[in-house]
Design a protein around this ligand. Structure first.
Ligand SMILES: CC(C)(COP(=O)(O)OP(=O)(O)OC[C@H]1O[C@@H](n2cnc3c(N)ncnc32)[C@H](O)[C@@H]1OP(=O)(O)O)[C@@H](O)C(=O)NCCC(=O)NCCS
Length: 182
């Protein structure tokens, strides 16, 4: 992998390494995080976190998010090449922030940087984001980043969401709309 760092005013986004396992475990062990991110299970120990880093997170467009000032690990964000929405060349963004760090605008800051990367460096025409309709926090992130509501996938079923039916809200951003404002 080509080493890459993406800087924002307060954050540094960089690739994951196995050395991040203990810190990743401390944030990702909160079961709510994985539940809201498509239903992955929380790691039970740092060894499981290391395995996830090695097999899932260590890839070109997946980034750990750290505070510039203190170096603390805040969470994760990713540009996904096989977007579940739109056409095959569209990109999709996913993200999570550890509970102790919620409410500081870190997710929108990281997501805006990934949107820029998707359009400027990866030549995307459209970038997608989605969240469960119950996930008000993520809805706010998506809105604050300037995505537009596109459609809902209704009555999906997930055992990991207490066996309730739920809706996935799908949002999009077009290159032209982004370029006009940036
Ligand atoms: C969604 C998430 C990434 C937001 O990250 P963040 O850095 O806290 O984002 P923000 O600081 O912009 O806060 C977003 C909204 O969360 C709400 N919020 C803020 N602090 C909160 C807290 N301590 N508890 C609950 N909600 C809170 C606010 O409504 C805020 O919107 P506002 O700025 O309009 O008031 C984070 O909550 C998270 O990781 N949740 C679990 C995983 C997840 O949902 N990932 C996205 C999957 S689609």
């Amino acid at each position: 992998m080509t080493e890459r760092k993406i800087e924002t005013p307060r954050l540094i986004l960089s690739h994951w390494t196995e050395a991040d396992a203990e810190e990743e475990f401390e944030l990702a062990k909160d079961p709510y995080i994985g539940k809201m991110c498509g239903g992955w299970h929380a790691p039970e120990d740092p060894e499981q976190a290391r395995e996830t880093i090695r097999t899932v997170l260590m890839k070109e467009e997946c980034y750990q998010i750290r505070l510039k000032e203190s170096g603390e690990l805040l969470g994760c964000c990713e540009i996904m090449h096989q977007s579940r929405h739109g056409s095959p060349q569209d990109l999709e963004i996913g993200y999570w922030i550890g509970r102790p760090y919620w409410g500081n605008g870190y997710a929108p800051e990281a997501v805006k940087a990934l949107v820029r990367r998707a359009f400027e460096d990866l030549d995307a025409d459209r970038v997608w984001c989605s969240c469960y309709d119950s996930n008000m926090q993520s809805r706010r992130v998506i809105e604050k980043c300037g995505f537009s509501y596109h459609h809902s996938n209704e009555n999906l079923f997930s055992e990991n969401l207490n066996s309730k039916n739920f809706n996935d809200l799908v949002y999009v951003m077009n290159y032209r709309d982004w370029a006009e404002k940036n």
